[in-house]
Design a protein around this ligand. Structure first.
Ligand SMILES: [Zn+2]
Ligand SMILES: [Zn+2]
Length: 243
């Protein structure tokens, strides 16, 4: 065991002593090793079939065979699939927001647990992949936020599944916040925002791109496009939640 592992264990042990386990959402007491109380855990919404094979958009209706939604059918999508186990709603949405914008870095653990659930989806589990690639932050935003949420989550999932993290992408252009833009405007805004790092070995590699949330999919789409142009064999996407 390396020194960092020993230090980490010591801190974890210390943490349990000083902070008895409580629900990260409502502060109620919880069982050790869990982040949410039973009530909050139950409020979390899974993405249930039927959903689009490609982007996981849930469909309210009775479709029994695999289908692709009209959004994916109309455009040239570069990622094979974007998988999330949860809907961006309630506790899940609140945690992502608090993690990303309020610096509540401790939430990375429950978020990574939710993210790791997407590895069980057959679209990911049925075929091996070579690396987890986090969506990068621009260095200005990195300085503001002090961490890249996608990279933190990718690291934790990597520890669990044993597949390495590859920091293959660089965000070369600072883009203003995208929240008020529609899908076409977002795509336009992101053109040329990402580049493959010169020393990243993506050629003929099967990659899984990691981000916190899938909203319109413009960010992961642009990242996938860039990775495939650099020679990646395939790009699939996992996110904690889907909007
Ligand atoms: Zn709770
Ligand atoms: Zn779709």
């Amino acid at each position: 065991m390396g020194l960092t592992a020993i230090t980490r264990r010591a801190f974890t042990a210390l943490g349990t002593l000083c902070f008895p386990p409580h629900c990260a959402a409502c502060r109620e007491a919880t069982e050790p090793g869990t982040h949410l109380c039973a009530a909050c855990a139950e409020s979390v919404q899974r993405i249930e079939p039927p959903f689009c094979e490609r982007c996981s958009q849930q469909f309210d209706g009775a479709i029994t065979q695999a289908f692709t939604c009209s959004n994916c059918a109309e455009r040239d999508v570069h990622f094979e699939c974007a998988v999330a186990a949860y809907r961006s709603h309630g506790v899940v949405r609140d945690f992502i927001h608090a993690f990303k914008y309020n610096g509540q870095r401790h939430l990375r653990r429950p978020l990574a647990e939710w993210l790791a659930k997407s590895l069980d989806d057959p679209r990911i589990s049925s075929r091996p992949f070579d690396a987890l690639v986090p969506v990068p932050l621009h260095h200005i935003r990195f300085r503001e936020r002090e961490f890249n949420q996608a990279a933190e989550l990718a690291e934790l999932v990597s520890q669990r599944c044993g597949i390495p993290v590859l920091h293959a992408l660089k965000r070369t252009r600072y883009t203003s916040t995208q929240t008020k833009l529609d899908r076409a405007e977002r795509m336009e805004n992101l053109r040329g925002a990402f580049r493959v790092r010169h020393n990243a070995r993506v050629k003929e590699r099967h990659l899984v791109l990691v981000d916190d949330v899938f909203t319109t999919g413009s960010t992961v789409e642009e990242c996938s496009r860039v990775l495939l142009h650099a020679g990646a064999a395939s790009v699939r996407v996992i996110t904690v939640a889907r909007g």
